[in-house]
Design a protein around this ligand. Structure first.
Ligand code: BEZ
Ligand code: FE
Length: 308
């Protein structure tokens, strides 16, 4: 919202009075001066956030003592991060993810009550308009891969089945690519769908086993990971977003037990409670009664939702 000219003049008069009494700042006095200025914010939350930002930013600079060239490099990094963002790529969220900030915000906002499934990062590959499919559908649309049946249930903290819950799922293929990263090859959305839990809170669907994959690392965040001596990999997982009226929305994923990246997930998203076997099964009768003539995998997870 634009600030009216009269208000702007009043603000600058206040600032001028301060400049007359506050100038010649040096390393010792600059932080207090900025804190006093931003402390004039009318909104108490804005004041709190602005003051903390200044305190921590100045503390960081005091600790690091950057050369002028390093400071310029930092500005170039942030500028490059912004330039990498568009409606398909959000490099700032990726930066937040790999610095553990997304998981910290998640931890602050989603304490797990007993019986509630833990949450983890959303990630950049969620698509709102995933096709709604009937329970039992195969969502891999003919993409090559090892067959995987996913079964599970949705219930409240006291174990009561939640019927009609919306279950959004999405995952990578056996080479670690999402549909949206290869739309020309896949010809559209695949390995993602929206289901509704049945009257007993149960759901099941067929797909292909996902693989571990590197997060997009062809931009500033990838360069930073490299400079920090870090790999860009995430362990294999299936994403879930589960909503039901009267309950908090759950954003999480289930990780494949045994994956080599469980202890070094680049975005710090792994929790023990979210790891399950993607169990290998021989050809024969599958959990949904279908008879398979080839081996398959089975993942089961029973989700618990927290009341709103
Ligand atoms: C994902 O799991 O899809 C993801 C999460 C964070 C950053 C990149 C990818
Ligand atoms: Fe993912």
């Amino acid at each position: 919202m634009a600030i009216r000219r009269s208000n702007l003049r009043r603000l600058s008069a206040v600032n001028e009075r301060q400049v007359n009494t506050m100038r010649n700042f040096d390393e010792e006095t600059i932080t207090e001066a900025v804190l006093e200025r931003v402390g004039q914010a009318r909104d108490p939350r804005m004041k709190q956030i602005s003051e903390a930002l200044v305190r921590h930013l100045h503390g960081f600079i005091r600790e690091v003592r950057p050369s002028q060239a390093e400071w310029e490099q930092g500005i170039r990094f942030l500028t490059g991060t912004g330039h990498m963002c568009d409606d398909k790529r959000q490099e700032f969220i990726l930066l937040s993810d790999v610095l553990g900030v997304s998981m910290l915000v998640d931890a602050i906002n989603h304490g797990a009550a007993a019986g509630a499934t833990e949450s983890t990062v959303l990630g950049p590959f969620y698509v709102e308009a995933a096709p709604e499919k009937a329970l039992g559908a195969n969502i891999s649309d003919g993409i090559d891969g090892e067959p995987l049946i996913v079964t599970g249930s949705v219930s409240s903290l006291d174990g009561k089945a939640i019927a009609g819950a919306t279950i959004d799922v999405w995952h990578s293929d056996g080479d670690g690519y999402y549909d949206v990263q290869q739309l020309e090859e896949t010809g559209g959305l695949t390995m993602r769908a929206r289901f509704r839990s049945d009257a007993n809170g149960k759901f099941y669907f067929w797909t292909i086993r996902p693989a571990a994959y590197p997060i997009p690392h062809d931009g500033p965040v990838g360069k930073m990971l490299d400079a920090q001596g870090r790999h860009p990999w995430r362990p294999a997982h299936v994403h879930f977003m589960i909503s039901a009226s009267g309950y908090q929305q759950l954003v999480t994923h289930i990780f494949a037990d045994g994956d080599q990246y469980l202890d070094s997930d680049v975005v710090f998203g792994v929790k023990d409670s979210l790891i399950r076997m993607f169990a290998a099964r021989p050809a024969g009768v599958a959990p949904d009664g279908r008879i398979l003539d080839a081996p398959f995998h089975h993942l089961n997870y029973d989700f618990g939702l927290t009341p709103a």
